[in-house]
Design a protein around this ligand. Structure first.
Ligand code: AMP
Ligand code: ZN
Length: 450
């Protein structure tokens, strides 16, 4: 049985689905630039959640959104729209930018062997629904109009502060000196922004007789209602989303439907690099391609991410990544040993149950990894480990062992015939396939080289 830490209750809870199919929503990327390794860490944690549910026998329906409009550079209601900024930076149009970075995200998603969500929802495809949602919130008395948009009046939702345990009076008191816009409370947020005459904003929709675009938080509430039908079982995101984005999603959904948005909320902590926040100004934004240039595969990175807990603070260093790479190779070579030891195939005393139990305990992958390091595992266990973590430990080719053994035999025959040239050639051919032959006291064995 899965236990998860529910941010909404600030407690570890037994997971009980609402219906047969578990409905999950993950706040996705803002597709205006390359996603960095911190971003991908979050999707790796949620992939473990999905895989754990599947191993536990649940059917899962999951939606991930692509934010392609409305996310402003300040994360609040001021600054430029990130997509417009990306378009200006690259001299392209906003739709080209969204397509390019969305495709790049999916390429990496696949390289990380993350299970693809059933639905990928682009915010721009839901603007009609956003407009209906704003109408509904306005009818319920939850909004007010200012000169630059329609704002959600957070004082109208009694439980607004509950989710993030916000100190609203403190927030109000600490508001910028000269806080002079027309917002009634500092915590109020735009559900719709007007485009001023002359303002450059390519993505625009007509509403209330003038051009505008949806506020960033709205898409998630709208997409969830349309694609999954709330309340959903699990909503996931990074801890940065707790005080503003998720708090606002909850408020909007309450205003639209009168009920809660999700039963369980999971948040992952942030990774830092060399102890620093990942940021452009510090020049420490690494992509998966940057790691590849230094000889680390997406699977090495995934191994590194899962060797820590999703709620823990994680500090990324290339040293620790090298450690994860080595650990993965050592696991692969234990699998190679299993292939070459027929007893392992018949070993009925499987240990995978203990590993799944560890992960069912609030996705404790570091504990599961420590168990993998120490337990005696058979091939069936390793196959299950691969299903649970998606680490591509086992080669696709099912007859790899036969090929390796046959080649080893050919090399032995060549060696005995003192045809060392041929023996070396065979060894090199195998090396090209990522397999090393190691001569041991009991004869040659094969191992993975990466
Ligand atoms: P964004 O594209 O900025 O909306 O971010 C996509 C996802 O990555 C969000 O769920 C963020 O919470 C998450 N995220 C951003 N930075 C980090 C980080 N350094 N570590 C872990 N997750 C992050
Ligand atoms: Zn969201």
């Amino acid at each position: 049985m899965l236990k998860i830490y529910n941010t909404a209750k600030r407690a570890l809870e037994d997971f009980k689905p609402i219906n047969k199919t578990v409905k999950i929503y993950t706040c996705g990327p803002t597709v205006y630039g390359y996603q960095h390794i911190g971003n991908y860490a979050s999707y790796i944690y949620w992939d473990l959640l999905i895989r754990t549910l599947i191993m536990d026998g649940y059917k899962v329906k999951r939606v991930l959104n692509f934010t392609d409009v409305g996310h402003l550079t300040s994360d609040a209601d001021s600054g430029e729209d990130k997509l417009e900024k990306g378009a200006a930076r690259e001299g392209k149009d906003v739709y080209e930018i969204a397509k390019f970075y969305g495709d790049d995200f999916m390429r990496n998603f696949k390289a990380l062997n993350l299970i693809e969500p059933e639905i990928i929802a682009h915010a721009t495809d839901y603007v009609k629904d956003d407009i209906k949602a704003v109408d509904k919130m306005t009818d319920g008395g939850f909004t007010y109009e200012t000169s630059d948009g329609i704002y959600f009046d957070t004082s109208k939702f009694d439980h607004y502060a509950d989710f993030a345990k916000l100190d609203l009076s403190g927030l109000q008191a600490g508001a910028r000196v000269g806080f002079s816009d027309e917002k009634r409370q500092v915590s109020d947020f735009a559900v719709w922004k007007f485009i001023k005459p002359g303002e450059k904003h390519a993505m625009r929709w007509d509403y209330l007789g003038r051009p505008g675009y949806p506020g960033w938080h709205l898409e998630c509430s709208t997409i969830i209602e349309k694609e999954l039908g709330g309340p959903i079982d699990i909503h996931t995101g990074g801890i940065d989303h707790i005080p503003v984005h998720h708090t606002n999603e909850i408020a909007q959904t309450y205003a639209m439907t009168g009920r809660e948005l999700a039963k369980y909320w999971l948040h992952c902590n942030f990774i830092t690099i060399d102890g620093e926040k990942i940021s452009k100004s510090l020049g420490n934004i690494y992509t998966l391609d940057d790691l590849a240039k230094r000889g680390f595969s997406p699977m090495d990175f995934k191994m590194w991410v899962l060797s820590g807990h999703y709620q823990g603070t994680r500090n990324f260093t290339f040293e620790s990544l090298a450690g994860a790479k080595e650990r993965r190779l050592s696991w692969r070579n234990r699998i190679a040993e299993c292939y070459q030891n027929t007893n392992s195939l018949n070993n009925k005393d499987a240990s995978f149950g203990q590993i799944l139990d560890a992960v069912n305990d609030n996705l404790n992958s570091p504990k599961a990894f420590a168990l993998i390091d120490t337990l005696n595992l058979n091939l069936k266990d390793w196959q299950n480990i691969d299903k649970l973590f998606g680490l591509n430990l086992i080669e696709d080719s099912p007859n790899l062992n036969d090929v390796a053994n046959k080649t080893i035999l050919e090399r032995e025959i060549a060696r005995q015939a003192k045809d060392y040239e041929k023996a070396d050639q065979i060894r090199d051919e195998l090396a090209n396939q990522g397999i090393t032959i190691k001569d041991t006291a009991t004869g040659p064995i094969w191992q993975y080289s990466k």
